[in-house]
Write a protein of this length. Sequence first.
Length: 321
Amino acid sequence: MFLPSKRSLAVLAVPLVSLSAVPAAATAVPRTAAVQEAVQEAVQEATHAAVHAAAPSRATLVDVRAAHHPGLDRVVFEFRGPLPARRSARYVPRLIADGSALTVPVAGDAILELFFGGATGHDDQARPTYGPTRETFALPGVIQVVNAGDFEADLTFGIGLSRKASYRVYTLTRPNRVVVDIKTPYRTVPVRTYFLDSRAYSAGRRPYTAAVSRPVVPPATARGALQRLFAGPTQAEYAKGLRFVASGATGVRSVVIRDRVAHVRLTGSLRSGGSAFTVADEITPTLKRLPGIRWVKIYDSHGRTERPKGHSDSIPESLEP
């Protein structure tokens, strides 16, 4: 039960005392109006307090972060207010956007979907409250964390992983967090992945690429290196000017290595857009740093490249400036 505030009770008490000391004929109309006004004010205050006390506060996502710990990668979703009322996790063959039912691209060989009911990730201006909606991590297992929905107090995320592995979801408080621990029971080796250095490119200062280190799972190091390339730079790398130039490519369909030649078939509609720098300028140095690869031939989604035979580098005509 909600009671009027002390101030409201005091307002009620004053007119009642005054009524007993003043002739009724002189005070009946104004005092009755004052009492009614005071009672109405007290009821409004009590109703206002009851509504606000009854309305549950909503969990608001304020941060998403990930880090490696011995034997596992840990992804943390931090919330302001209460924890999400409902939480679930499952492996899915593809990540589906809430509402549109479109596939959301996620880099990785496995996708772990996270659902938070009774939670939101945006403010009144529809701006994300937790940072970028797609973030890359240079961890053994976790490659990307991608938002797939934020509608009617339901939040959906996908975690792109290098391998499918066992996981555990639990909560922590002060602050409120949903934690996902993903096992990494496999060996990784470091590879060098090359991104466009936008600052060097703008200044006309070669080389136009910069290398970063990524952990990949052997023996498919070529596939793993390109998977990390297509995930793009981390937030720290992006702040330093590194960018992934896709040139219309959406992913890698296959990587076949024969006689020191890496044959890479891409997906998507490849196009240079008239630029002298394309996705080929990132793929080629990334693969040539791997043992056993000396030449790189890149094919479009239809299997076309300019020089399909012999020991030479090659790109499809669509990537020519």
